[in-house]
Design a binder for this molecule. Structure first.
Ligand code: UDP
Ligand code: MG
Length: 317
């Protein structure tokens, strides 16, 4: 395989039970890539498919030196599949592409053109929304709205994982060793000069999207935990409101009682009990919040992200 010329473009394709989509996808992809007039490789990452996806790729490999196959021992999920593909990609640029036909291959020349134009990250931006259930779309919107605010990163539901990254970004990406990861979230975190390529999402040609509601929910949590520590602060914030309010209420009631009830509160035993309970709950929330603060630091440390990312493509000195 080393006799092949060094690829300029690596195309990473995660595969999970895509046997039905593969033939059409592969021939369309080949057509477009051949038209680019540059050396390329296609890295299929078989994510533990239980259908003949891997066998089909093996057959392509026989006649096509550009095809590579990485096969996982079981299903590890799309994020791990794209990560493995990026790790192995040898091109000057790496493009990540779904095999189900939802990412239109005829947009690839534009990705390459934007990259050649200097962008280090080129992101497919969905126009006309996602071809998915209304409830899922609503969920995406809500989620991204909240997390854009929490993380300060440029996250948006229309920015897909149909992406191209320059070698410089890939090198940095490969340094990120955390386990809990969302590929496009990490690319967002890395930064670099970005460009966008609009595309209309095709309908899935075969089979159904493998992301069920519960898988999506887990995915959302993974994403949130990987990119934001803010949720750990929530209890601290609520406690910071509850505790002083309960303290003031309690002091007010006691003073009122000591002075012979000038405010005419006629506070019952239940009312005192409630204030005491509120005070204790506030105390608990604050102490939970403090634990949260420490945890957030531990979390950040365990991710072992680089402290900063230097854009080597901008000469230093
Ligand atoms: N995929 C994968 N592992 C999985 C699920 C999906 O490698 O566990 C691949 C799948 O074969 C496809 C891409 O990831 O190439 C997108 O999957 P899907 O269409 O199910 O997700 P969605 O379109 O909802 O993002
Ligand atoms: Mg899909």
């Amino acid at each position: 395989m080393s006799k092949r010329p060094e690829p300029i473009l690596s195309v990473v394709v995660p595969l999970y039970n895509e046997a039905a989509s593969l033939p059409e996808f592969y021939s369309a992809l080949k057509n477009v890539l051949d038209g680019l007039g540059l050396a390329y490789e296609i890295i299929f990452v078989n994510d533990g498919s239980t259908d003949p996806s891997a066998e089909i790729v093996q057959a392509y490999k026989k006649d096509d030196g550009a095809v590579r196959l990485i096969s996982f021992s079981r299903n590890f999920g799309k994020e791990m599949a794209t990560t493995a593909g990026i790790h192995k990609a040898g091109g000057q640029a790496t493009l990540i592409l779904d095999a189900d036909g939802q990412h239109p291959v005829d947009r690839i020349p534009e990705f390459v053109a934007r990259w050649r134009g200097g962008a280090k990250v080129v992101i497919g931006r969905r126009v006309g929304g996602r071809q998915t259930a209304f409830t899922k779309r609503l969920g995406y919107k809500l989620f991204y709205g909240v997390f854009r605010r929490l993380t300060g990163l440029r996250l948006h539901p229309d920015l897909s994982d149909f992406r191209l990254i320059d070698r410089a970004v890939q090198v940095q990406f490969n340094q990120l060793t955390e386990h809990n990861r969302v590929t496009r979230g990490l690319i967002d975190w890395l930064g670099y000069e970005r460009a966008y390529v609009p595309y209309t999402e095709n309908l899935r040609r075969h089979g159904t999207a493998t992301y069920s509601y519960s898988k999506l929910f887990k995915h959302a949590l993974d994403w949130a935990i990987s990119l934001s520590i803010s949720p750990l602060y929530i209890t601290a914030y609520i406690g910071a409101v509850v505790l002083p309010v309960a303290t003031l209420l309690g002091l007010g009631m006691l003073t009122n009682f000591a002075l012979g009830d000038p405010l005419n509160l006629h506070a019952t035993g239940g009312a005192y009990l409630l204030v005491v309970a509120l005070f204790l709950i506030g105390l608990l929330m604050v102490s939970q919040g403090i634990i949260g603060l420490y945890l957030s630091h531990i979390h950040t440390e365990t991710q072992q992200r680089p402290l900063y990312v230097i854009d080597q493509t901008n000469p230093e000195g």
